[in-house]
Design a protein around this ligand. Sequence first.
Ligand SMILES: [Zn+2]
Length: 50
Amino acid sequence: MREYVTLECGECGERNYRTQRQTRGGEGKLQLKKFCSRCGKHTGHKERKK
Ligand SMILES: [Zn+2]
């Protein structure tokens, strides 16, 4: 099974990316370094489920 997750900037809260990933029970939330256009730099992005 796959689910859609939104990657949200940890600093400003902007939702910059959408991605698909495989559902895995018990897995913690990932935090990825992504470029945020609002912050103008790379920040930690958190997964946000719908
Ligand atoms: Zn940001």
